[in-house]
Design a protein around this ligand. Structure first.
Ligand code: AMP
Ligand code: ZN
Length: 470
């Protein structure tokens, strides 16, 4: 069996994944900045972070995943002020929408969703530690990180700390800094901004500080995986490393995993450009959250993805093929007595090939396209074998089990509720056909079968409707 390899931005190489503590993985995923609706670009990043967690679990690791919610930073304050609301009132609906979107997309909840405003004391302590180690300076009540104090600064993003660093001090909003790459840890209180009294003066945290403090508090000073999209490599993640390693003197994160963007007309989908789609808009366009899940996951995380409705149509078709195939397997698996002794062993071979192709693809830096390809190879080859009369009922049950074995990773099979719906529709159609053929014995039998499933039929002018028996 192959071993899991993940591309680590720190080394720019696919490395064998080995966690700090055998059998356990601790991962931190940069979560949403809740100043606007989450868009499907953000959701792409959250989906593959969840897929990574699910695959690690499938590989037998116990995973702890933390995803922060940035609920205080410049844009939130600006928008809340414009709406004449305090930041909690302003961010609440966006936090709700974030959770609902993830749930609809079948993203497994993280172990915790720390909110920045709940971790102010830990952030202040971190700044004090950095100050004690000589990494900070203060200007007019704000505390800055001095990048020149940390020789390894720039290792992740591969940037140099030149004195002339390529962008003007006047353009960057904190032009009282010593070096343009220096960044603010703690911002002095300003009129019209929320602030917290603290030992380092009254003020509020900088965005980078939030993630360092929360991740180390919840996962320890050194942990396994940190995720986000590529826009976070610099400066956000570089600065997280500086703050954490500057304070502890220990390596902060082993694997930095970054995903490419979801683009639209080759431009990054972003709240500030205004070219966004939300999950609600996708639904209004007539696509299910499951189709979006499939479309976004079918492209590996390190590949740029241009959003088109064609990709949603393709996803819809792919999901339909899987669903029909599962129904076909169900029919065969339940149609005849289990007859393992008649199997010619072909199905076992198909299952073996499928499971190893699936794992090999996923082990290769989560090659989701390859893993889904393995499902369709299995479908195609099984269909050929069924048509040739080579699949017994126990073979069909075995293939179904193999597919269900990988489902915890992709979670794209119809929900139980949906498959009941499909079964009901199928029986109603059969009953309508029987009635049309005036085969009333058969149509009554089908009505009884549905009743036994708890389904009541109502025949009316507009056709047959059904409801669940209350
Ligand atoms: P934000 O809410 O802007 O802090 O972003 C939340 C997450 O979504 C971060 O990991 C970002 O890097 C990521 N992200 C932002 N825009 C996109 C995009 N167009 N495609 C993929 N990920 C994105
Ligand atoms: Zn972060």
């Amino acid at each position: 069996m192959s071993e899991l390899k993940l591309f680590n931005t720190l080394t720019r190489e696919k490395e064998s994944f080995v966690p700090v503590k055998a059998g356990e993985v601790r991962m931190y995923s940069c979560g949403p900045t809740v100043y606007n609706h989450p868009h499907i670009g953000n959701l792409r990043t959250f989906l593959w972070s969840d897929l990574l967690r699910r695959y690690l679990e499938w590989r037998g690791y116990r995973v702890t995943q933390v995803m922060n919610i940035t609920d205080v930073e410049d844009k939130i304050i600006r928008n809340a002020n414009a709406a004449k609301q305090d930041i909690n009132t302003y961010t609440a609906p966006f936090i709700d929408e974030f959770h609902t979107s993830l749930k609809e997309l079948r993203v497994k909840p993280a172990d915790s969703y720390p909110r920045a405003t709940d971790f102010i004391p830990q952030m202040v302590t971190l700044v004090e530690e950095l100050r004690a180690r000589g990494h900070t300076y203060e200007v007019e009540g704000s505390t800055y990180f001095r990048v020149a104090s940390l020789p390894s600064y720039g290792r992740l993003a591969r940037v140099e700390i030149a004195t002339d660093s390529g962008f003007s001090r006047v353009e960057s909003d904190e032009y009282e800094k010593e070096n343009a790459r220096d960044f603010v840890l703690w911002k002095a209180k300003k009129e019209g901004e929320p602030s917290w009294p603290s030992a380092i003066g009254e003020g509020r945290p900088g965005w980078h500080l939030e993630c360092s403090a929360m991740s180390m508090h919840l996962l320890g000073e050194t942990f396994d995986i940190h995720t986000g999209a590529v826009d976070l490599i610099f400066p956000h993640h570089e600065n997280e490393i500086a703050q954490s390693e500057g304070a502890t003197g220990k390596p902060f994160v082993r694997f930095w995993i970054h995903g490419e963007h979801l683009n639209i007309d080759t431009q990054k989908m972003s709240k500030s450009l205004g070219n966004i789609y939300t999950l609600a808009e996708i639904r209004e366009m007539g696509y299910s959250p499951l189709a979006l899940r499939y479309a976004l996951l079918s492209v590996p995380h390190r590949t740029k993805l241009n959003f088109t409705t064609q990709s949603l149509d393709d996803a819809k078709n792919a999901l339909q093929r899987i669903e029909l195939f599962l129904l076909r397997l169900d029919e065969i698996a339940t149609s005849a007595p289990r007859d393992a002794k008649h199997s010619d062993g072909h199905a076992q071979e198909l299952i073996g090939n499928f499971l190893s192709a699936f794992q090999e693809a996923m082990d290769d830096d989560l090659n989701t396209a390859g893993a889904l390809g393995a499902i369709f190879t299995l479908i195609r080859e099984t269909n050929v074998a069924i048509d040739a009369g080579r699949i017994t009922s126990s073979d069909a049950a075995g293939i179904r089990t193999a597919l269900h074995k990988i489902d915890p990773v992709f979670d794209i099979f119809p929900a139980r509720e949906q498959s009941i719906d499909a079964d009901v529709e199928r029986l109603i159609e059969a009953r309508n056909a029987a009635r049309k053929a005036r085969n009333f014995a058969e149509s009554d039998r089908l009505r009884d079968e549905l009743l036994a499933m708890g389904i009541v039929l109502e025949d009316g002018a507009g056709g047959t409707r059904w409801r669940k028996k209350s």
